[in-house]
Design a protein around this ligand. Structure first.
Ligand SMILES: C[S@@+](CC[C@H](N)C(=O)[O-])C[C@H]1O[C@@H](n2cnc3c(N)ncnc32)[C@H](O)[C@@H]1O
Length: 265
């Protein structure tokens, strides 16, 4: 466990930059997931690794009693400010998705949108999602896939700054095999849908400008490379953007595949 704790310390890349700006791209997958888990007014819902609060806010707008949790205090502050701006009664707390500070069976719905997948101890993170969900409730996840844009982008990042050897890839959550291992046999995996999230920017340079100033995982790589290697990394990133651009015009619209997963408990 000490190893995982140390990794988690290093992994606080999400505190760098301004993830809230990147999170604008994830509003729609969060909205879709709220529909997929069949929310009802009055449901108690937990959004795990909520970031700046996207899915918790979406659930609160559907009259759920929503709570969001994330281990970056600055993001929890941003989430609270967004809730206040909309007058939404959402509870936001700082906490670790591997040790959720809630009793067993506390929530009707438990969501994680590209969140718990980043926990170093994948088994623990999955067990925690299951533990806090009520029997008869649903767990909903959005998980990037290995062969989609983020699979390629994270593989590129790992080529320049190697992750600790003991760490399993977060992209494994985007495979049916790993989901079965983490959540049990097919029967409990109610529904898996292939979806794509679209990231719209003016062009590649615009994306690179935003992600090199706001997105911790990219900022972390650049901070560790010399000028030559940084330029090479950015060239490779630029090529990856071009490869996944589906705009069909001069703008950038990256199509990023993910699995939307709904598990009945
Ligand atoms: C890609 S972001 C997604 C944020 C949010 N769910 C959204 O849709 O905008 C990943 C989030 O996971 C959070 N995170 C990563 N590891 C975590 C952990 N062990 N416990 C709690 N939050 C964690 C990060 O702080 C970050 O906010």
């Amino acid at each position: 466990m000490a190893g995982f704790d140390a990794i988690k310390q290093q992994q606080q890349v999400w505190a760098a930059g301004d993830f809230a700006v990147i999170g604008w791209n994830l509003v729609y997958p969060g909205e879709l997931l709220c529909e997929a888990v069949e929310l009802r007014g009055g449901h108690e819902l937990l959004d795990v690794a909520t970031g700046a609060g996207n899915a918790a806010l979406s659930a609160a707008r559907r009259n759920c009693d929503a709570t969001g949790i994330d281990y970056v205090p600055g993001l929890i502050e941003r989430a609270s400010a967004r809730a206040a701006a909309e007058g939404l009664p959402v509870r936001f707390e700082v906490g670790d998705c591997e040790q959720l500070p809630f009793a067993d069976e506390s929530f009707d719905r438990v969501l994680s949108v590209f969140g718990s997948i980043f926990a170093p101890d994948q088994e623990k993170a999955a067990q925690e999602l299951i533990r806090v969900c009520r029997s008869g409730g649903k767990i909903g996840m959005a998980n990037w896939t290995l062969d989609g844009f983020w699979g390629h982008a994270f593989a590129l990042i790992a080529r320049y700054v190697a992750p600790p050897e003991s760490l399993r890839s977060p992209l494994e959550w985007g495979t049916e095999t790993r989901l079965k291992a983490l959540f049990g046999e097919t029967k409990s995996l109610t529904k898996i849908s292939k979806r794509s999230a679209l990231f719209r920017y003016r062009d590649n340079a615009h994306w690179i400008d935003v992600f090199t100033t706001c997105f911790g995982p990219v900022m972390n790589v650049l901070a560790k490379l010399d000028e030559k290697r940084s330029k090479e990394f950015l060239r490779n990133l630029d090529d990856t953007l071009t490869r996944f651009n589906v705009s069909g015009d001069g703008t950038l619209m990256v199509s990023a595949d993910y699995l939307e997963v709904v598990i009945d408990k």
